[in-house]
Write a protein that binds this ligand. Sequence first.
Ligand code: COA
Length: 265
Amino acid sequence: MTDHVLSSVENEVLTLTFNRPDKKNAITDAMYKVLADGLDQAERDPAIRCVLFNSSSEAFTAGNDLSDFAAQNAGGDTSRDAGERPAGERNVTRFLKGLARAEKPLVAAVRGLGVGVGTTMLLHCDLVFVAPEAKLTTPFVGLALVPEAASSLLLPQRVGHARAYAMFALGEALGGEEAERIGVAYKCLASDQVEAAAKAAAVALTKRPIGALKVTKRLMRDAAKIAELMDIEGRYFGERLQSAEAAEAFAAFFQKRPADFSKVG
Ligand code: COA
């Protein structure tokens, strides 16, 4: 159990709070486990009627921990917590599928950085509150990876092909105000209001008829298609993780230098 994601239930809202500020809330396997378990619990437990994603520091999350990616590239998968789930699904996959499957409302409070899955998970949230300082990026290609979490479908749907491509391929960022304008976020508010507004919205959702909420969500998104696409993306992502290009990208990050892809491919 890690305290890098805090989990608490209050007023019928399960709040999952990223809490690894020294690493900008980069997500490890242990953190994905808490997130995935939380989503499972929320779906099963009638005392939970809404899930809120939050962060204890300004950064929402810097996405997947790149040390875990680098270990997978090198063939040593640190995320396989032997004994806990010997033949089980990876926790990141459990989390992504949990997002795809979620029937109860998901709300997010994003005050700062959302990188990679820190942005793509928002495409599964029903109400996203952001601050003007929010900076949403999906820099998969720069890491020699490919989009995940069904973002190859969901991001172009929201922002159009050209903008989505620039975000995936060039790592272009989306700021909070623009995120609201183009429909990635519900509301852009001053940073010190984001958390309170997201909490109030989550509590308001708990008062709505849950049956109607669930069917509304089912009608608004094709969960089966999203899950199927996640599987396809996951296969490419796994291949890309093993590539020489990815090895260069991860080494460059930890050596704090620009990546040089001219000699790999
Ligand atoms: N995985 C592992 N460690 C990470 C991380 C990640 N995704 N993101 C940040 N960190 C670590 C940094 O290595 C640094 O650790 P250190 O203090 O031991 O050197 C610490 O968090 C602070 O990050 P730093 O880069 O100094 O902060 P910054 O404000 O200058 O930049 C980011 C923040 C998020 C823009 C930058 O860290 C970054 O690009 N991270 C990688 C994001 C990423 O590619 N995620 C995967 C997407 S699929």
